[in-house]
Design a protein around this ligand. Structure first.
Ligand code: SF4
Ligand code: SF4
Length: 377
């Protein structure tokens, strides 16, 4: 029989940052919370994420007896700054599709279990952060994120990987708690641009920029365009402002060579003009929450980020993209972005588009023209 020490040694050998054990009891409090907040989480059930089913490990593995939680410290290497400003860090080196990094480590870890007659499942719908806290690996922040207790300088830059197994191991002592210093005075809550954080460690997922960038329905409402800022896929603002993260953020790190190699693929101009083939080959394997049918949302997000950059160098690109795109949502956001940058070239482009547009598109172009004119007064 594989001992707990054997398993811990294998996690260390594979360079996981930490490991903990918990039992396979259902996560009743999570189930109750989800049921009481279906207005905020119903979408997840609708797209098949199965969060409710995931609150009982026995739905994942009927003979479940324990959960092993591995912690991966994902911000050990630095990323190019422009990428950090447009994408959530946790997505920059995400191998869930390419399966050439973390996935290989998880596979090796499970191999040891399998060789010793232990069945395991790695569900995506189990409450991973709660499992990690129940396994004593860390605590929560008021930004609803999980903070490590023993590694990564206690920061939130860790992924918990929960593995349900059919063997019983002594659970570790739970560390479920919100552990924010009093003096912080809810910095993350105040800093959240879309007021998604409720202040009690809970989040309204439908207001979070991360959700809005990959699942937001239709044209982004006007009142959210500026607050969503430069983020295109994900958001790290509540992690960046958190004093619990600063020690890890300021620590010198070597550059991540894999992310550096693909940096140019995520250049804003390339993303604005990309076709389906470009998307499928260079973007989707790394950031896959949106399918090729949602390429319009990528472009709409990029146009918004360009507008919020206030960079006149993007005006030409935006004007060109207006002609390339037939999608009304993309064209409306391009008009808004031109209005936000607001130089003479943008105004000339908008006036030209105005004559050949109709409906909501014409309305957006008119609003953009008015926005520029107002700033001139
Ligand atoms: S990720 Fe961004 S939008 Fe979401 S809660 Fe944090 S700061 Fe707010
Ligand atoms: S910013 Fe402050 S309140 Fe928010 S998670 Fe960090 S320590 Fe807690």
């Amino acid at each position: 029989m594989l001992t707990k020490q054997d398993i811990i040694a294998e996690a260390k050998r594979l360079k996981f940052a930490d490991i903990g054990f918990t039992d396979a009891k259902p996560f009743d409090s999570q189930k109750e919370y989800l049921l009481a907040h279906q207005d905020g989480y119903g979408w997840a059930e609708a797209i098949g994420l199965g969060l409710l089913a995931g609150t009982d490990p026995k739905n994942i593995l009927p003979q479940a007896k324990s959960i092993i939680v591995l912690l991966e410290s994902y911000f050990e290497e630095s990323y190019p700054l422009p990428l950090e400003h447009h994408f959530g860090r946790c997505y920059l080196d995400d191998d869930r599709v390419t399966k050439d990094g973390l996935a290989l480590k998880i596979k090796s870890f499970r191999k040891l279990l399998q060789l010793n007659g232990i069945d395991s499942k790695v569900p995506f719908d189990l409450p991973h952060r709660l499992s990690a806290a129940r396994a004593g690996l860390g605590t929560f922040g008021k930004n609803s994120l999980f903070y490590a207790r023993r590694v990564a300088l206690n920061s939130s830059f860790v992924f918990p990987i929960a593995i349900v197994i059919d063997a019983e191991y002594t659970p570790d002592e739970s560390s479920i708690a919100i552990e924010c210093p009093e003096w912080c005075r809810n910095t993350c809550v105040a800093a959240c641009p879309t007021r998604a954080l409720k202040g009690d460690g809970k989040i309204d997922p439908l207001r979070c920029i991360s959700f809005l960038t990959y699942y937001g329905a239709g044209l982004t409402p006007l009142e959210l365009r500026e607050p969503m800022g430069m983020y295109i896929y994900g958001c790290d603002r509540c992690q960046n402002v958190c004093p619990r993260n600063i020690p890890w953020m300021v620590r010198k790190k070597p550059q991540n060579p894999r992310v550096l190699a693909k940096e140019s693929n995520f250049d804003l101009s390339c993303l604005l003009h990309m076709d389906k083939l470009y998307f499928e080959q260079k973007v989707w394997p790394h950031m896959f929450y949106m399918s090729v049918d949602d390429i319009w949302r990528w472009k709409m997000n990029v146009a918004r980020a360009m507008g919020n950059s206030l960079n006149p160098a993007y005006v030409k690109e935006l004007i060109l993209a207006f002609g390339e795109n037939s999608d009304e949502r993309v064209r409306c956001m391009i008009a808004w972005a031109l209005g936000r940058i607001g130089n003479q070239e943008a105004m000339t482009g908008l006036r030209k588009f105005f004559d050949n547009s109709e409906g909501i598109e014409k309305k957006e172009i008119k609003q953009a023209i008015i926005a520029i004119e107002k700033r001139k007064v």
